[in-house]
Design a protein around this ligand. Structure first.
Ligand code: EPU
Length: 339
């Protein structure tokens, strides 16, 4: 491969949704699986600090990236299995997640409609186990294909071996920085019912007569537009923190001190506390730290309100964590990858 294809000192401003003006020492983008396989085969990643950057919608750069950024631009959706009721599709890692959702909805395939408008790529959806409005992508993924950068071999692992949990997977733990995802397979249904359980969905759907997949997608888009800031207008990376999960005892104690606490049962013994509520109760809605702030309608989202640097956004996130811990004794874990 020609080394000229690696760009030097490359601006990532258009590649991160916080819109931070940071630079990567090296930048390589590829259009096909065979290009990245060849790149790895030739040793271009060996011994190097590297980062796979999809849409940069879940990442905070606190400074320049002193290493090689690789950017997948591999697109494509192909059918691998089809029966009367189900269809399994293989989607390239660089495909834009919401383009895939749009494709499925247009074809009338059920399963991912509640995940409409989530920013990012298909490869990242598996790493992060994206979820919203009562759906999680781990319920639909059948397998993930990746290349191991050490032995340079291609592997396919099934859903169980991906070790999915709330916004987590093996790609954030054991396989972190060790592999590059090439494609993800999803199982979709040819018929089904809409998942309307999440707060706000029935209201959003009520304006449609016989809501189907298209109406569900439109409703989710409407809810998201009314609650979440568009990265094109205000720099942000979606939820900055995960919702903390506690046991029943901790929750009951908190409920005594804060009767209006917002929480949701995960199962009988685990309770997810609404981090947005915790942040709001710390009085952080109107707080600004060197241009970093939280979004008023959804304080779980940190925004780049006024030319904040990555460092300022990080400092602000630490202020939030400290205040929430002091008031509630709960530890907010970042959902965004901080570099
Ligand atoms: N809330 C407040 N004050 C506010 C806003 C919200 O107290 O100003 C409380 C409300 O009680 C609300 C609760 O927070 O019921 C939960 O809010 P929301 O429904 O917006 O969901 P979330 O738990 O804050 C999660 C995901 C979002 C996803 C929404 C909808 C995480 C970390 N975030 O947010 O995902 O869109 O549910 O399903 O789980 C993302 O990951 O980037 C993301 C945006």
């Amino acid at each position: 491969m020609n080394s000229a294809e690696i760009k030097i000192n490359y601006s990532l401003k258009a590649h991160n949704t916080f819109k931070l003006d940071v630079y990567a020492s090296e930048f390589y983008e590829y259009d096909t699986e065979s290009q990245i396989i060849d790149f790895i085969d030739k040793g271009h990643l060996t011994g190097k600090e590297f980062l796979v950057l999809g849409s940069g919608s879940n990442i905070l750069f606190t400074g320049n990236f002193e290493g090689l950024v690789i950017h997948p631009k591999t697109y494509g959706i192909s059918i691998v299995n089809e029966s009367k009721d189900k269809i399994e599709v293989c989607v390239s890692a660089g495909e834009i997640w919401d383009d895939f959702v749009q494709w499925a909805v247009n074809k009338n395939y059920y399963g991912i409609e509640n995940l409409s408008m989530i920013p990012g790529t298909v490869g990242a959806s598996a790493i992060q186990n994206i979820g919203a409005y009562g759906s999680e992508v781990s319920d639909l993924i059948t397998e993930v294909k990746y290349i191991d950068i050490t032995d340079k071999k291609i592997y396919t692992i099934n859903n169980k071996d991906c070790e999915f949990s709330y916004r987590n997977s093996i790609f954030k733990t054991k396989l972190k920085n060790k592999v590059i995802i090439l494609s993800v397979n999803f199982q979709l249904q040819k018929s089904g019912s809409l998942n309307c359980e999440y707060t706000g969905i029935p209201e959003a759907l009520s304006c449609f007569k016989n809501p189907g997949l298209k109406e569900m997608r439109q409703s989710i888009i409407n809810i998201r537009n009314s609650k979440l800031p568009a990265p094109e207008d205000i720099g942000n990376a979606g939820s900055f923190f995960k919702n903390p999960v506690t046991d029943n005892d901790t929750y009951q104690k908190l409920k005594k001190d804060f009767p209006d606490i917002k929480a949701f049962y995960e199962n009988n013994s685990k309770i997810k506390i609404a981090a947005a509520w915790l942040i709001e109760k710390c009085g952080l809605k109107n707080y600004e730290h060197y241009g970093a702030s939280v979004y008023e309608k959804q304080p779980l989202i940190i925004i780049n309100k006024n030319n904040a640097t990555g460092k300022a956004i990080f400092e602000f996130s630490e202020i939030i964590r400290k205040k929430v811990f002091e008031k509630f004794g709960l530890n907010l874990e970042p959902e965004v990858i901080i570099l």
